[in-house]
Design a protein around this ligand. Sequence first.
Ligand code: ADP
Ligand code: MG
Length: 221
Amino acid sequence: MTLGITWVTDWIRLSARVIAEHRVELITLDREIGDGDHGENLDRGFSAVIVKLDALPADALPGDALKLVATTLISTVGGASGPLVGTAFLKAAQAAGKEAELDGAAIVALLTAARDGVVLRGKAAVGDKTMIDAWSPAVDAATAAEADGKSEPEILLAAADAAEKGAESTEPLVAHKGRASYLGERAIGHRDPGSQSSALMLRAASDAAQPGFSLVESPGA
Ligand code: ADP
Ligand code: MG
């Protein structure tokens, strides 16, 4: 079972919905160790994405939809996260290339390119208390699942589970990148907002890939 444009657009729409639902939670996390705008930033960006998604041509490819997310987030989201999450989607789009259907290896390549793009742009490593603490374990888990011969939905499920654990793992950390790094030890005990939003987006990627998924029937519709 490969995944194509329907998966990508469901992923994007579900991400927008989930980010909107978790807007206040993300704002609260960012208020604790940042400036409190993370939920607002991403919600504004994904709302703009949804408006543009409707204008996507019927024959659009996964890479086209991912690129639209990238350019929209980069142009509408302020703060550190706009360029970073935008870069993740831009690199994912480049990895998807002109393929209409993505198999497990292609999905791993897409996630890896996204993570590598954020690392290149933001220079954060695992343990710096950033979104990389969600992305990197997700890529590792997806890579291992693909090597085990798992299906595309199983690969994405492994990535989502690992991203959630990764976000949780930021709680005891001191931050070495971004605004939270100014707080030193005062950041300890708080979850990094960017790792949390990345985990939400990766969970959306998995949910949208599961057999029988319907955007209409999912909670909150
Ligand atoms: P800002 O920090 O400019 O207010 P946001 O609040 O939208 O922007 O995003 C903050 C999130 O961005 C952090 O929680 C962290 O996960 C992520 N972040 C910040 N700097 C970096 C970096 N250099 N590399 C990766 N992620 C980063
Ligand atoms: Mg902020």
